[in-house]
Design a protein around this ligand. Structure first.
Ligand SMILES: Cc1cc2nc3c(=O)[nH]c(=O)nc-3n(C[C@H](O)[C@H](O)[C@H](O)COP(=O)(O)OP(=O)(O)OC[C@H]3O[C@@H](n4cnc5c(N)ncnc54)[C@H](O)[C@@H]3O)c2cc1C
Length: 145
């Protein structure tokens, strides 16, 4: 997929308030729209282009959800730079950490007694299934000590 298509080749719409109504005030929904995007833009920075990129993505989403922009009460834009800052990573990737061929994340079992390392940056790798299975494997290892 060419990630420079700015949402034209696909995006995800996730509505958490469908299963957790408390995530939006009565009569409203919380709607997350996201697409694959590069860490660094070819032209300009995420800070300079965050509004433009968000407008473009909403325009794509409006083809399926008419008047989405007009009816938006609160809008929060999160760019790859925001993810990098939040997670203290130099390179954010979909799922958390950019995989490097032949390299594993940090092992669950650390050299420190009773300190275990789990999650997307651990040996399990990123993604819900990997993280959950990694936790399961770490707990099995703890049980066998
Ligand atoms: C936009 C997006 C879409 C994704 N979609 C998918 C998908 O469709 N399928 C899939 O498999 N994976 C998906 N992923 C990846 C998946 O969400 C992650 O790989 C996974 O959640 C990582 O789990 P984790 O437990 O390592 O971290 P997180 O789920 O990030 O959990 C870490 C938790 O620690 C908390 N925390 C951080 N610092 C502190 C602190 N100092 N004190 C206390 N708490 C703290 C955070 O608030 C957070 O709740 C997606 C990721 C993103 C960003």
């Amino acid at each position: 997929m060419d990630y420079r298509q700015e949402g034209k080749h696909g995006f995800v719409v996730y509505i958490p308030s469908m299963h957790s109504p408390e995530m939006a005030p009565d009569g409203h929904h919380a709607v997350t729209i996201y697409t694959i995007a590069p860490n660094n833009l070819g032209k300009g920075s995420w800070d300079e282009r965050r509004e433009e990129m968000s407008r473009k993505l909403i325009a794509e989403a409006e083809k399926y959800i008419p008047d989405l922009n007009k009816n938006t009460v609160v809008r929060l834009i999160v760019t790859p730079d925001d993810f990098k800052n939040r997670t203290h990573l130099k390179h954010h990737a979909f799922g958390g950490v950019a995989p490097v061929m032949g390299k594993k994340g940090l092992p669950h079992q650390t050299p420190f007694e009773n300190l275990w390392f789990i999650g997307a940056q651990s040996e399990s790798g990123a993604g819900m299934n990997n993280v959950m299975e990694g936790v399961w494997r770490a707990i099995k290892k703890m049980d066998n000590l």
